[in-house]
Write a protein that binds this ligand. Structure first.
Ligand code: FE2
Length: 288
């Protein structure tokens, strides 16, 4: 069995539609993810190239910034959990109903039957009780994925090749939010470089560095498993953050945390030149 297929199978067995069912489930996925190599996902040539990669001499910083290649995402698999709320399907049900009436003019088909048929169709698109996204970020040297969050999500990330700087934070809960809706305190949980081969990183909804930024030191690739995936309609929207320059006026955390142990983060919109382009996954195809 291909390594990526084995990874998919362990995800299917260990993840529910709301994420991992237990800490053991996370460890089961991580154990298989740790065994994945670039050649298992069609990235052997890229990994070879990085072994002899040398940082180019910077003659003109502006030229380098404008000509640097884009971050690319190689999509492998996604299955979002589905909603069976009839309201969501009402317009489609009505169209389906009218179509059937037109097709079988003399036959009366109840809207309820149409709804059942449609739900069966939707379920057939995603017949599993887990929601999951698997893909690979290929990041050129010096490119940055800005500080962003993974609300309500568990993420397992395996650096396949290259070297990357990771800075990660967890939110600090505060009992009196006051006017902190846009600026929140967070503690640093990771700030350093990692080089492949290395163990997979795991971040959870409330720990492990749920808010993180990546800067590629060399060209690198990261295999990501998101469980569940981003979904704005379910409240899992990706937001970007930056450090607030001046310290926040309130002393709300002073009693229990030293100022040096946390930062204030505010939401912002990244620059227009931050784009992630879709790329073709060239590894073994999954058998679903
Ligand atoms: Fe992330």
């Amino acid at each position: 069995m291909a390594a990526i297929q084995k990874l998919y199978e362990v995800c299917k067995a260990s993840l529910s539609e709301k994420g991992p069912s237990s800490p053991e489930a996370v460890e089961n996925v991580r154990a298989v993810l740790d065994m994945i190599t670039p050649s298992d996902v069609g990235l052997e040539c890229e990994a070879q190239a990085v072994r002899v990669w040398r940082r180019p001499r910077v003659l003109n910083r502006k030229t380098v910034l404008h000509s640097s290649p884009a971050i690319r995402y190689r999509h492998i698999y996604e299955c979002k959990s589905f909603s069976v709320s009839p309201i969501n399907y009402l317009p489609t049900v009505m169209l389906f109903y009218l179509y059937l009436q037109h097709l079988y003019d003399c036959i009366t088909i109840s809207p309820l039957l149409s709804l059942v048929l449609l739900i069966c169709f939707e379920v057939a698109q995603c017949p599993f009780t887990f929601s999951l996204q698997i893909g690979i970020y290929c990041i050129p040297a010096s490119s940055i994925i800005p500080l962003h969050n993974h609300p309500g999500m568990t993420v397992l990330s395996k650096l396949l090749y290259g070297k990357v700087h990771v800075k990660a934070y967890d939110w600090i809960d505060i009992e009196e939010p006051g006017n902190l809706s846009k600026v929140r305190p967070a503690k640093v949980v990771r700030d350093g470089e990692i080089s492949a081969p290395c163990a997979a990183m795991v971040l959870c909804p409330t720990g492990g560095g749920n808010v993180h930024a990546l800067k590629a030191i060399t060209p690198c690739a990261i295999l990501d498993i998101l469980s569940p995936p981003y979904s704005s309609k379910d409240g899992r929207h990706c937001s970007y953050f930056r450090r607030r320059q001046k310290s926040h006026p309130t002393g709300i955390l002073w009693d229990r945390t030293r100022e040096s142990e946390f930062v204030w983060l505010e939401e912002y919109q990244p620059r227009d030149n931050f784009v992630i382009r879709r790329d073709l996954y060239t590894g073994p195809t999954l058998e679903l």
